[in-house]
Design a protein around this ligand. Structure first.
Ligand code: DQA
Length: 142
């Protein structure tokens, strides 16, 4: 089974971006981890990151067309992007929402709402990069 892991804005700077919140693993390392975890679970994992909302919508539309399961960390778009919401609503294969931090436990009120959750089979938050492994496990379980 093929799985797309899609990461939104600012996640390309993982490892250097607020490591006290997001950890020290870089995005390149996260890609390697996800591919290896996927292989262990019998999944063919492709990881992508973009800072551009339209690109993310295109990727989600591609996943809808191909009925590809998705692990999505929409980053800040999680909290306000109705374009991402509409794209998630079109997915037919399972979507797992993932966050490195736990946005609901963070002080900024704007992080407490997610436009993605309604379309997700599960939300994994607050487990750092391990959360991606947990999200892949959810998809592998079917
Ligand atoms: C995040 C949490 C979001 O609130 C934030 O905007 C991000 C990353 C996380 O993985 O913890 O960019 O999705």
């Amino acid at each position: 089974m093929r799985v797309l892991v899609l990461n939104g804005p600012n996640l390309g700077r993982l490892g250097r971006r607020q490591p006290e919140i997001y950890g020290t693993t870089t995005h390149a390392e996260l890609v390697e981890l996800c591919v290896a975890w996927g292989a262990d679970l019998g999944l063919e994992v492709e990881v992508r990151q973009t800072n551009h909302e339209g690109v993310m919508v295109d990727w989600l539309n591609e996943a809808a067309d191909d009925r590809t399961p998705v692990v999505l960390n929409a980053a800040a778009w999680t909290h306000y992007s109705y374009a991402v919401l509409d794209a998630c609503a079109q997915l037919e294969a399972p979507l797992v929402e993932v966050h490195l931090s736990d946005p609901k436990q963070r002080p900024e009120e704007f992080r407490h709402h997610s436009v993605v959750t309604a379309y997700a089979v599960e939300v994994v938050a607050g487990h750092g990069v391990d959360g991606y492994r947990m999200a892949l496990e959810v998809l592998a379980r079917g």
